[in-house]
Structure formats: structure tokens, C-alpha cells
Ligand binder design. Sequence first.
Ligand SMILES: *Cc1c(COP(=O)(O)O)cnc(C)c1O
Length: 455
Amino acid sequence: MSTPPAAPPAPRHRAVAAAVARGLVSPGAPVAGLLDIAGIRRSAAELRAGFEDFAEPGTPVLHAFAVKAASLVPVLRLLAREGLGCEVASPGELALARAAGVPPSRTVLDSPAKTPAELREALALGIAVNADSFGELARLDALTGSAPSASPLGLRVNPQLGGGSIGAMSTATDSSKFGVPLRDEGARDQVVRAFLDRPWLTRLHVHVGSQGMALELMADGVRVLYELAEEINEKAGRTQVTTLDIGGGLPVNFASDEVSPTYHAYARLLHATVPGLFDGRYGLVTEFGRSLLAKHGVVLARVEYTKSAGGRRIAVTHAGAQVATRTVFAPDSWPVRVAAYDAQGRPKAGEPVVQDVAGPCCFAGDLVARDRALPLLEPGDHVALLDTGAYYFSTHFAYNSLPRPGVYGYAPGPDGAPRWATVRAPQEMDELVAESGGAHADALTRLGDPAAPER
Ligand SMILES: *Cc1c(COP(=O)(O)O)cnc(C)c1O
């Protein structure tokens, strides 16, 4: 199977023009997130097909979408309709998955900080839980002893194989905070013993990192997981470990429209590195996030002003740290492509001019691109931050009390023109005030007033 061709920019251009014409982005709503629904469906289908091409027929495979990559209920329901489940890492993410109608049997709970209440809820619902530490296993001992549960239970391990190009995203370093570090003195034996002592532990989990990881390293992590499962099952004298959860982390190409690497390429590498993985003896769980959504979303923002400072041209737009947090704070690790559109949302023509693209936040570093050659931007134009369908507008940062932008999905109608649906309405000012303690406006002044009754 060959690499899918780069998606043509035409549908994106059409969507931007239509979003401006509809007023989804306007002077009163100067930034929004746009999601290409056909693209999301295509990626989900490629994920399923990539694994089906290598797994023995009948191998149970659950692709659990990592909710943190796009924590939007309609997106979770769309993916569920495409055959995916959810990987959740907090009570909030679990609530979103449930609101989307994702059944407990297709939900997996990972998190390094699960409280006893969260664990109890997960077991009561019957959702799968991957413990992150021996301390968490001890809590599960107490809970599983008191009530039977349908939850498949597993343990996350850290193969300690090293990091990728982005330190903050590398979860398989020697000292990562995630999972049981397998290469620490005595740890592997302790893991094996933990399984033999707990017949209800039936899964192993690894997630080597997100973005910036070499595919070979990811596949090596899965090989370590597989070998550990084989060792446990041999010592147990039965198939105790039935399911391998191989995590997510397929990197995304932020440099062009090409989808690379593909799910098919990763599955092929897994098949070559860990042949036994797909032979049907193990059920598989995956937890991909970014690779399913990134290329199918853009942040679209108006240019409010342009200026020149110290010889530097700057376009001040409404897309900054509030929607592109990582790009602003770690620009070398998270560069994004910026496309220029005119006031009507048509691709902007003109000689490229080196300029900075700034956001609305009140700190000097709020730039989404520096020294970028683009047609000279003017007030009223638009910029699109490309490949931002995962971890950008869905993971809003509340700096400067900037409201959460609206998110809209589009799909071509019968005439080819995009049709639209609201995924998330823009945040209203009264919601923003309420979220900032609006209901407690006099709380502190009353506290200092001895005459006021306590409330
Ligand atoms: C973040 C995360 C994922 C998803 O990572 P992507 O890079 O978005 O694919 C999967 N599993 C775990 C445990 C995670 O923390």
C-alpha cells in the first residue's frame, strides 16, 4: 500500500471562505476552530485498515481514541460511530466519553493520579483500568477484594528505552513519571510477581511518547511489552495476560499536507518487530490521539492590526497562546504552518514578506510564527493555523480571560459546498464571568467585615 496522497488544499480553501461568508469568524467572533469531518472519518478508517492488514482475522482490537487530543463530545461520538472507543485520563474525560455514548466496554482509564473514588467509579462501571504504579495496584487489591467487577485490569510499564526529540512528550526515559520502570533494579521480577499474585491482572500497557518519537523506538517498546507478557504467561502456566495495550503516539507531520507516517507503515513495522503481536493470541488496544485529528483541523483567526517595530513587521491576530499554547511557549518543538487568507477568506496572493504572526495575549512572546514569509497581511485578513485539529482549540488556555472559541465541523454537501455543524458554541461573557467566581463577587469583602454574617 502506498502513502496516501497529500490532501489537496482546495477543500480547506472552500471551508475557510464559507466560514467567513457564514460569519463563523467575524469581527465579533474573531477566532474559531474548523474540523474537516470527512478527513476525520478517513483517518479512522485508515487506522482500522492499517491494523486489519496485519492482524489474524478474529483478533480483538479496540482503538481507544485519546480524549485529551480533542476533548469535544461530538468528535468522540463521531469516532465511536467509526468504530473507535475512548482512552480517558481524568473524571472529566470519562464524563465526556459517557456523554458521547461510548460504552464502558470500549473505554480505558489511564492516569498516574487516580483517586480511590475514581478507581471505585471505574470498577463500578466496568471500564478497563491500567494501573500506573505498585501503589495503585495496592489500592486495586482492596477494591477488587470487596466487590466483583467486569473491569479488565492492567499495569503500565515503562520500558526505559530513551526519549524522542521533545523532552516533555517522552514517556519512556529512565526517570519518566509514568508506569513501572522495568529496568530499575529488581523491578521486572517485581512486576512478574505482581501478576502471579493477582490472577485478575490480565493486561499490560505501554505508551512510549507523543510526537517526536522515532517509530522504531515505539515498536521496541511494544516488543518489550510482548516479551514481558510471554514471560508472565509462561511462569503462570496459563494465558494470564490476554490483552496488550500499546498506547498511541504516532507522530504527525506538521511540515506539509502529506500524512506521514501512516498507520499502515506503523502496523507493518510492528509486524516486523514483534511478529507474535498480531498472531491472534493477544487482544490489542491502541490509544492514538493526535494522528487521528491533527491534519483535519485549522484555527481560523482575523488579523486585527498590523504594525512595524524595530524593522520587524507584525500582524496582530486573534490566534495566540489561548489556542496554540504549546506553539507559543515552545516554538521550536511545535512549529505550525500559517496560511494567509484575505478579508473574504480567499487565499491571499502577493509577494512573500517576512513577518511575525502575533496573538492577542498580553505578553511579548505571544507569537505563533516568527520571521515567516507570507503575503503581506493587512487588517481584516485571516490567518489559518494548519494541522491544529488535535491539542489546539480543543485544549483552550484561559489566559487574559479570552473566551473559548467556537468549533465548527464541515462536510461537503451534495453540491460540493461545505455544510456546517456547531461542535462547541463560542463561550459567552456571562459563562466566563461565572467561571471566574462571578457568583461570589462579595465573598472577600464580606470576609473582612465583622458585621457581615458568614455565608
Ligand atoms: C497522550 C496519550 C496518548 C495519545 O497520544 P497521541 O500522541 O495523541 O497519540 C495515548 N495514551 C496515553 C497514556 C497518553 O498519555
